[in-house]
Design a binder for this molecule. Structure first.
Ligand code: GDP
Length: 258
C-alpha cells in the first residue's frame, strides 16, 4: 500500500470513529482493526502494530485532564461546558473544575452551565488559591472515575504577568494532558502575540476559536496556529451549549476567502 493510500485508510477509520454517536469499546475496536489492517498491508512490522493496539487501549481507560486558557471574554468558560457536553454525548464521563478565582461570578457561571448539562462540577466561593482548587477538583473527580476533567482558569483583560504565573502554577500542579487556548474570532492581528505569550507559559496543544457566528472571518486563528504550533480543534458558533463544531478546514478557508 502506498503512503497516500495508507494515510487515506487511517483518516477514514478515524473519521468513522469520530462520527459515531457514542465511542464505546466496539467502535474503538472497529477503528483499531481497520488501522491494523492498513498498517499490515503496508508491511509495518506485526509487533509494532500489536504494541500500538495495546497502548491505545491502555490510554482509553486513563483520565484526561484538559486545561483551558485564554483572555477574559474570549468565551473560555462557555467553551469548557461545550467541550464537556460534546464529549458527554460521545460517551465520556466529563467533569468541570472552576479554578478561576479572579472573576467574580465565574464559579456561578460554570455551576449554572454544568447543572444545565448535568455535568459534575467543582469550585469554591471561599478559597482564593486557584492552584488549591484545581488540585482538589482533579483529585476529587479522579476518585469518582471521571475520564475527562476540564479545568477552567482565570482570564484577564490583557496579557498580564500575574495571569501567566498563575496559569503556569495550575498547569504544574495538575499536569494536564492537553492545554487548550481559547480565542475570540474577532481578535484579528493581535492573535499571534497573544497566543505566543500563552504558549511561552504553558504548553498549549490545541486552539478553539469562538464566536464564529459573528461577522469576523477568524483569520487570527491562522496566527494562533502558527504561534502555538497547534491545530484548531473546534469552533464556537453561538452562546448555547450545542453551538459547537469540530473544526473543518474547507468551510473555514471559504469563509476567509469569501
Ligand atoms: P470567558 O471570560 O473567557 O470565560 O468568557 P465567557 O465564557 O464568559 O464568554 C463571554 C461571552 O461570550 C458570553 O456572553 C458568552 O455567551 C459569549 N460566547 C462564548 N462563546 C460564544 C460563541 O461561540 N458565539 C457567541 N455568539 N457568543 C459566545
Amino acid at each position: 500500500m502506498v503512503l497516500a493510500q495508507l494515510g487515506g485508510s487511517i483518516s477514514r477509520a478515524l473519521q468513522q470513529m469520530s462520527n459515531a454517536t457514542v465511542i464505546d469499546e466496539k467502535v474503538l475496536n472497529e477503528c483499531l482493526n481497520e488501522i491494523t489492517r492498513a498498517l499490515l498491508q503496508s508491511d509495518v512490522q506485526f509487533k509494532l502494530v500489536r504494541d500500538m493496539q495495546t497502548n491505545i487501549k491502555k490510554i482509553k481507560g486513563k483520565t484526561s485532564v484538559v486545561m483551558f486558557v485564554g483572555l477574559q471574554g474570549s468565551g473560555k468558560t462557555t467553551t469548557c461546558t461545550k467541550y464537556a457536553y460534546y464529549h458527554q454525548k460521545k460517551g465520556w464521563k466529563p467533569a468541570l473544575v472552576c479554578a478561576d478565582t479572579f472573576r467574580a461570578g465565574a464559579f456561578d457561571q460554570l455551576k449554572q452551565n454544568a447543572t444545565k448539562a448535568k455535568i459534575p462540577f467543582y469550585g469554591s466561593y471561599m478559597e482564593s488559591d486557584p492552584v488549591k482548587i484545581a488540585v482538589e477538583g482533579v483529585e476529587t473527580f479522579k476518585k469518582e472515575n471521571c475520564d475527562l476533567i476540564i479545568v477552567d482558569t482565570s482570564g484577564r483583560h490583557k496579557q498580564e504577568a500575574a495571569l501567566f504565573e498563575e496559569m503556569r502554577q495550575v498547569s504544574e500542579a495538575t499536569k494536564p494532558d492537553l492545554v487548550i487556548f481559547v480565542m475570540d474570532s474577532s481578535i484579528g492581528q493581535a492573535a499571534f502575540d497573544q497566543a505566543q505569550a500563552f504558549k511561552q507559559s504553558v504548553s498549549v496543544g490545541a486552539v478553539i476559536v469562538t464566536k464564529m457566528d459573528g461577522h469576523a472571518k477568524g483569520g487570527g486563528a491562522l496566527s494562533a496556529v502558527a504561534a502555538t504550533k497547534s491545530p484548531v480543534i473546534f469552533i464556537g458558533t453561538g452562546e448555547h451549549m450545542d453551538e459547537f463544531e469540530v473544526f473543518d478546514v474547507k468551510p473555514f478557508v471559504s469563509r476567509l476567502l469569501g
